[in-house]
Design a protein around this ligand. Structure first.
Ligand code: CMC
Length: 427
C-alpha cells in the first residue's frame, strides 16, 4: 500500500493511501488526530471521502456514471426501474425469478393503513408535497414499530425495504391529491410500478383510467436516471442518520427533507419557476445570465453546475434527448423549452460558465418532461425522491452491513474564549 506524508511542526506523519477499484486514491487520515493533534477542515466535504462504497461510480471529469458497474446509458435504455432498484439494493441484476418475486412483493405492499388518510387530512391543501411525503414516511415508524430497530433481523430489514419501495408512490400520489383537495385513489396491484403511480396521481374515482404508455415509459427512464448518485447531500444525510442506528424510515424521511432544497433536488422545481419568470419577463435570457454572473446578486442559473460533474452530466444528455422525444410523441409545444434551449446555448458560450465548468445538470430538462407528463411543478422534487429511493435504501443498507461508526464530524471552534457570566441586570 502506498503512503502519503504529512509534515507539520518538524514532524513527518505517514498516512496510508487507499485505492478504489477505479484507481481513485484517498489519504486515510483515521489516525491523524491521535498522532499529530491535527484534524482536516473541508466545509461542504468538497474533498472528503466519507465512506467507501461499492454501489455507484462516477467520474465527474469524464462524465461517467455507473450503478454497480453498469453504465447509466445502458440501464436507462434497456432496464426497468424495479430492476435497477434491485441492482442497487442487492448488488446484482436479478434473475428472472428473483425479479418476479421482488416486483410481486412490492405490488402486494402498495396499500397503506387507512389511518394514513387521517394523517393526510390534517395537512392543509397548501402544504408542499415534499413536507407531506417526509411526514408520511416518518409516520411509518408508528405503524411498523418492529422496524424501529435496524438490528432486529435481516428479514425485518428486508420487509422494511419492500414496504418503503411499495408505499412511497402511494404517499407521493396521495400528497398530490391532498393538494388538489381530491379523494385519494387506492393502488391497483394489476399495474406496473409507474402505471400504478400515474393512476393514483391522475385518476378520478368515477372514471376508468389507463396511463399513456409514452408517459409511463418516460417516467420509468427518469426514475432510473435519478436512482443513485453516490454521496450527495440527501444520501449522506440518509447514511449519517442511519449511522446512529435510527430506523430505515426515519433515515429516508431525513433524506427527503435534505433533497427538498433548491441546490439539490428542489432544483427541478426552481428551474421551471426560473424559466417561467424569464418568459414572463419577455424572454431576455441575456439579462438572467448577467444576473447569475453578478457577484452582488444572489440569483443562480438553476439547473446549471454540479459539485462533481465538471465536464457534462451524463444524465442531462439522456434527459435532453428524452425531452425532445416525449414532447414530440405527446404533441406538446412548450414555449419554456425554447427558453431553456436558448439559455443553455448562451451559457455554454459564456466565458463565466465555461471557466467555472458550469454545465446543465440532470434537473435542467427533467422539469420540462415532468410538465409535459402533466405533473404539477410542486411535485417535481417528489418525483426525484421516488427515483432516488432505491439509492438511499442501498446506501443505508451498505452502511449497516459494513457496520460503519456513527457519523460525527469534527470542527474548528472560532467563537469567544472563556468568559464569566454577567447577571442580566448588569448587562
Ligand atoms: N449559476 C451561477 N453561478 C454558479 C452556479 C450557477 N448555477 N453554480 C455555481 N456557480 C458559481 C459560484 O458562484 C462559484 O463562483 P465563485 O467561485 O466565483 O465563488 C462557483 O461557480 C462554484 O460554485 P459552488 O457553489 O462553490 O460550487 P458547489 O460545488 O458548491 O455547488 C451546486 C454545486 C450544484 C450547488 C451549484 O452549481 C448550484 O447552486 N447550481 C444551481 C442549483 C442546481 O441546479 N442544483 C442541482 C444539482 S443536480 C441535482 C442533484 O443531484 O442535486
Amino acid at each position: 500500500m502506498s503512503k502519503a506524508e504529512i509534515r507539520f511542526d518538524g514532524q513527518v506523519y505517514e498516512m496510508p493511501v487507499f485505492e478504489g477499484t477505479e484507481n481513485e486514491k484517498a489519504i486515510e487520515i483515521k489516525t491523524l488526530r491521535s498522532v499529530s493533534g491535527l484534524v482536516t477542515l473541508d466545509p461542504g466535504y468538497k474533498n472528503t471521502g466519507a465512506t467507501t462504497s461499492a454501489i455507484t461510480f462516477l467520474d465527474g471529469e469524464k462524465g461517467i456514471l455507473r450503478y454497480r458497474g453498469y453504465p447509466i446509458e445502458q440501464l436507462a435504455e434497456k432496464s426497468t426501474f424495479l430492476e435497477v432498484a434491485y441492482l442497487l439494493i442487492y448488488g446484482d441484476l436479478p434473475s428472472k425469478q428473483k425479479y418476479e418475486e421482488f416486483t410481486q412483493n412490492i405490488r402486494e405492499h402498495t396499500l397503506v393503513h387507512e389511518d394514513f388518510k387521517t394523517i393526510l387530512d390534517g395537512f392543509p391543501s397548501a402544504a408542499h408535497p415534499m413536507g407531506v411525503l417526509s411526514s408520511m414516511v416518518t409516520a411509518l415508524t408508528a405503524f411498523y414499530p418492529e422496524a424501529l430497530d435496524p438490528n432486529r433481523s435481516w428479514e425485518s430489514v428486508d420487509m422494511g425495504i419492500i414496504r418503503m419501495m411499495a408505499k412511497l408512490p402511494t404517499f407521493a400520489a396521495w400528497a398530490h391529491k391532498n393538494a388538489k383537495g381530491h379523494p385519494v385513489i387506492y393502488p391497483d396491484n394489476r399495474l406496473d410500478y409507474c402505471s400504478n403511480f400515474l393512476k393514483m396521481m391522475f385518476a378520478l374515482p368515477s372514471e376508468d383510467y389507463e396511463a399513456d404508455p409514452v408517459v409511463s415509459a418516460a417516467l420509468e427512464k427518469l426514475l432510473i436516471l435519478h436512482a443513485d448518485h453516490e454521496q450527495n447531500c440527501s444520501t449522506s444525510t440518509v447514511r449519517i442518520v442511519g449511522s446512529s442506528q435510527a430506523s430505515l424510515a426515519s433515515s429516508i424521511s431525513a433524506g427527503i427533507s435534505a433533497l427538498w432544497g433548491p441546490l439539490h433536488g428542489g432544483a427541478n422545481q426552481a428551474v421551471i419557476e426560473m424559466l417561467e419568470a424569464i418568459k414572463n419577463d419577455g424572454g431576455d435570457t441575456k439579462k438572467y445570465l448577467n444576473k447569475a454572473k453578478d457577484k452582488d446578486d444572489t440569483f443562480r442559473l438553476m439547473g446549471f453546475g454540479h459539485r462533481v460533474y465538471k465536464n457534462f452530466d451524463p444524465r442531462a444528455k439522456i434527459i435532453k434527448k428524452a425531452a425532445d422525444s416525449v414532447l414530440l410523441k405527446l404533441g406538446v409545444n412548450d414555449p419554456i423549452l425554447e427558453i431553456a434551449k436558448g439559455l443553455e446555448e448562451a451559457a455554454l458560450e459564456d466565458p463565466y460558465f465555461v471557466e467555472k465548468k458550469l454545465y446543465p445538470n440532470v434537473d435542467f430538462y427533467s422539469g420540462i418532461i415532468y410538465r409535459a407528463l402533466g405533473i404539477p411543478t410542486n411535485m417535481f422534487t417528489v418525483m426525484f425522491a421516488l427515483g432516488r429511493l432505491p439509492g438511499w435504501i442501498a446506501q443505508w443498507k451498505e452502511m449497516r452491513e459494513n457496520n460503519e461508526p456513527i457519523g460525527r464530524p469534527r470542527q474548528i471552534y472560532t467563537g469567544a474564549n472563556e468568559r464569566d457570566y454577567v447577571d442580566v441586570n448588569a448587562r
